[in-house]
Write a protein that binds this ligand. Structure first.
Ligand code: PMP
Length: 458
């Protein structure tokens, strides 16, 4: 991918900003930060240089600070990680206490803190999902769910019951299996020999997936691709498609649940982004009124430390005998302490309800702002405190990644931190503030986005 203007290491003068919540008082990127950026460019792969050129020094709550006096309202949450806010005092204290207590690693040897966390997660999950396997990244959780589905299939059907159906435009991670399960062909070129039993169906978002959001599309796709239902071990979907913040119609997912039951296929929700309050529900799948068989989670589980999990039905989770489904850093005690504290904060501060309430403001305002530029914003998707503006070429639905990048760049220059556009062809401006953002800075940040949209597309 060619470098965009926003990635050039050339400081640009930008108007100063000083409000209660934002401060920009230097050129962007900051001239003094260039050596750090150069060092990263020299020693990291080029793939790591895609984000706005803000050198993070400190982050607290819903704000990110650099060393040179600039301060941003954060609409990234890292990458949908810091649900309870950056460096929440309770999470920081739990991490410190665990280190001071004297256990920072325990592999699969039993430990009390891991016992506490798996019990806590099993309790947070719907009834019937009683077992929890802790891992480190979202991709690993997805890989594990695929492995479980493909191991389980032949135990309830023929040996070839190993197909896993996923969705077009889905993102499940960057490792071999998770990338193959994803639905973005350009990201899979390197794999060459794609597994024929990882099959994609159109995602019923009513936009990129086409206007027909009926469940018939799923059924017809299986027929067209020659996948017999008895060969399907599982169907996996992101609760909402991360890149585009797109949800499916509840009726579709309810029919999918019934179809999975009928054909003995596991329904797997990838909640890596959606879990722990992000969408205004504890679990995102609650919007659909269904219960999955397996849940993959990560990101917001700790609000900062690397930890992920597969939560699922006992019979599926117990397929592998002792010692054969493990991981070096499973339930790392420091990460487990952070997770327990973060889960406590979500409850104590009513952050699920807060995400729902503030989400109503966010979603309404984003739709209003998008509506001001009907030629350029093809759709606004999202729920709770996650959303995306789908930026398109004038008058059509062809994605316009360039304009999306310019909007993000303008926002960053004005003290609103966002990650680089994601989603379909990199043309989605994604919005995901920490769930703790108060209403006033939320409204201020929406005004910043509107200004940026006006400047770029007006
Ligand atoms: N699933 C979803 C829905 C995700 O959004 C992501 C990360 N963006 C992943 C899986 C992969 O997680 P990780 O980067 O921690 O491997």
């Amino acid at each position: 991918m060619a470098e965009t203007k926003s990635q050039e290491l050339i400081p640009r003068d930008v108007p100063a900003v000083r409000t209660k919540y934002r401060r920009i008082q230097t050129p962007i990127p900051v001239p003094e930060s260039i050596p750090i950026l150069q060092q990263l460019r020299a020693h990291e792969p080029r793939s790591m240089s895609g984000q706005p050129l803000v050198v993070w020094d400190r982050a607290e709550g819903y704000q990110v600070f650099d060393r040179w006096g600039n301060c941003w309202i954060d609409w990234s949450s890292g990458v949908l990680v810091t649900n309870v806010g950056h460096n929440h005092p309770a999470v920081a204290q739990a991490i410190t206490d665990q280190v001071n207590h004297g256990l920072v690693h325990n592999y699969c040897f039993p430990s009390e803190i891991r016992a506490k966390l798996v019990k806590r997660l099993a309790r947070a999950a719907p009834e019937g999902l009683g077992k929890v396997f802790l891992l480190t990244t979202g991709s690993e959780a997805v890989e594990c769910a695929i492995k479980l589905a493909r191991t389980w299939g032949p135990t309830v059907g023929p040996p070839e019951k190993i197909a896993v159906v996923t969705f077009d435009n889905a993102f499940h991670g960057r490792t071999l299996g998770s990338q193959m399960a994803g639905g973005i062909p350009a990201l899979k070129n390197w794999i060459v020999h794609l597994d024929p039993d990882l099959v994609q169906a159109p995602f019923p978002d009513g936009f990129r997936g086409g206007p027909d959001t009926s469940f018939d599309v799923f059924l017809n796709t299986l027929v067209a691709k020659g996948v017999r239902p008895e060969r399907v071990a599982g169907v996996m979907t992101e609760t909402y498609q991360g890149g585009n913040a797109s949800f499916a119609p509840p009726e579709y997912i309810q029919k999918l649940r019934a179809w999975c039951d009928e054909h003995k296929a596991l329904l797997i929700f990838d909640e890596v982004q959606a879990g722990f309050g992000r969408t205004g529900r504890y679990w995102g799948f609650e919007h659909y009124g269904v219960v999955p068989d397996l849940i993959c989670c990560g990101k917001g589980i700790t609000s900062g430390m690397p930890l992920s999990a597969v939560i699922g039905r006992d019979d599926v989770m117990d397929l592998y005998p002792p010692g054969s489904m493990t991981s070096t850093h499973t339930g790392n005690p420091v990460c487990a302490a952070a997770a327990l504290a973060s889960l406590d904060v979500i409850d104590a501060e009513n952050l699920v309800e807060a995400a729902q309430r503030k989400g109503e403001i966010l979603q309404a305002e984003l739709r209003r702002i998008g509506g001001r530029f009907p030629e350029r914003v093809g759709a606004v998707h999202g729920r709770g405190l996650v959303a995306a503006l789908h930026v398109v070429q004038p008058g059509g639905i062809e994605p316009d990644p360039d304009t999306a990048s310019r909007i993000v760049l303008r926002c960053v220059e004005k003290g609103l931190l966002m990650f680089a556009p994601v989603g379909y062809a990199g043309a989605s401006v994604k919005v995901a503030p920490p769930l703790v953002i108060p209403e006033e800075p939320l409204r201020e940040s929406l005004a910043v986005l509107e200004e940026a949209c006006q400047e770029v597309m007006g």
